[in-house]
Design a protein around this ligand. Structure first.
Ligand code: LMR
Length: 381
């Protein structure tokens, strides 16, 4: 019988791994919720020296959980060791927001951490993907060649060259970085600026949590399953200026797909209550739990990476914070949340959606805030 070549393990870095989101996410990753049920992983867990004992406890629990996909755990407070050879990085570590704070109040604390992590990432992460502008032509050519042979480490053809290609493909094609720690968009920008060897397209920030919250709010309002709601959009910053937009969202019903706008005739709810509830949900959870969202953040991070790497379902888009290319008139030079579709590990912004004046002004407000955050961050750097 022919058997599929076993996949090579992907090295996944989780920073802040002893924290609440870290604790929730590591089991999700090791159970295949992020990279697929047949993708083995090695977890690289980083946290501060003061959290070393707690981190060791997480390592012990991962072993005790006897997870078949988990092929190794590196638990350390040494950045170089943690970042060594990683293919995928989930950057969660940073100062958490407390009740009464806005996410941007964390800029001064977190941007310096991100500057240092950028250097570590650039220096130690999967070495073959260190490319600069001069090398990008070679990189593009190499990737296109590799795509004939490999898909995330699964060798489809050319058995003789299996090892070279799968090794290389894992290193080149799966070098994805997701920033979760707040202020996520600006931390992602700092990471991009101080790790210039990593292509900007490989760095993203998490707005999937807000996206999922938007789907959840619509599902509750209509009393439908959340899995039947899709194509909400989060525009802008992962902050209280974000613009949750349900005007292109749809619900799958017995009579086919129907626009949310048709099912919720209450325009005031869509423009006010829905928007504010999603914008303020993180703060509401902090108020209730005295800690920020953890399981929903971990779950959203898995959704984000899974869709990015394995692709979005046909006809569905998701929200991701990405380096703006100027689409929809959004200024370049900031990480902004857009609707994106993903295929073969590449995201692209969904183009051609109609933007009315209301949406335009909300997007501008968030873009202005991002430019302000950028200049505050640069003052600290
Ligand atoms: C969230 O949205 O829940 C997280 O970003 C935590 C926070 O500070 O709100």
């Amino acid at each position: 019988l022919l058997r599929d070549e076993p996949k090579k393990p992907v090295k996944v870095l989780v920073t802040g791994a002893a924290g609440q989101i870290g604790y929730a996410i590591v089991a999700m990753i090791a159970r295949g919720l992020m990279l697929g049920a047949d993708q083995p992983v090695v977890l690289h867990l980083l946290d501060l020296p003061v959290a070393a004992n707690a981190l060791n406890g997480v390592r012990m629990e991962l072993i005790d959980a006897a997870l078949p996909l988990l092929r190794g755990v590196v638990a350390t407070s040494d950045e170089a060791e943690a970042f060594k050879g990683v293919n995928v990085a989930i950057v969660i570590g940073g100062w958490p927001r407390r009740d009464g704070m806005e996410r941007k109040d964390l800029i001064s604390k977190n941007v310096t951490i991100y500057k240092s992590q950028a250097s570590a990432l650039q220096q130690h992460a999967a070495p073959n993907c260190k490319v600069n502008d001069d090398a990008s032509r070679i990189r593009k050519y190499t990737i296109s060649m590799l795509k004939h042979y490999c898909y995330y480490g699964t060798v489809k053809k050319k058995r003789a060259r299996t090892d070279i290609y799968s090794d290389f493909a894992v290193q080149v094609c799966t070098h994805e970085v997701l920033v979760v720690a707040n202020p996520a968009n600006t931390n992602a920008l700092v990471l991009k600026e101080f790790a210039p060897a990593i292509p900007a397209k490989n760095i993203t920030c998490l707005t999937r949590l807000d996206h999922n919250r938007a789907l959840g709010q619509v599902a509750e309002k209509l009393n439908v399953h959340v899995g039947d709601v899709k194509n909400a959009i989060i525009w802008g910053n992962h902050s209280s200026t974000q613009f949750p937009d349900a005007s292109h969202a749809t619900v799958s019903t017995d009579r086919g797909e129907r626009p949310v706008r048709e099912l919720i005739a209450d325009e005031i709810w869509l423009r006010e209550e829905f928007v504010t509830d999603v914008q303020q949900r993180g703060a509401a959870v902090i108020k209730a739990r005295k800690q920020s969202s953890s399981l929903s953040a971990a779950s959203a991070a898995c959704d984000h990476m899974r869709d990015w790497i394995l692709g979005t379902p046909k006809g569905t888009w998701v929200s991701m914070g990405v380096y703006s290319d100027g689409s929809y008139g959004v200024p370049e030079g900031v990480f902004f949340s857009f609707p994106v579709t993903c295929e073969k590990g590449e995201w692209s912004v969904v183009q051609g959606l109609e933007i009315d004046d209301f949406a335009r002004s909300k997007m501008e407000t968030s873009a202005t805030e991002l430019k302000e955050e950028k200049s505050i961050a640069y003052e600290f750097l």
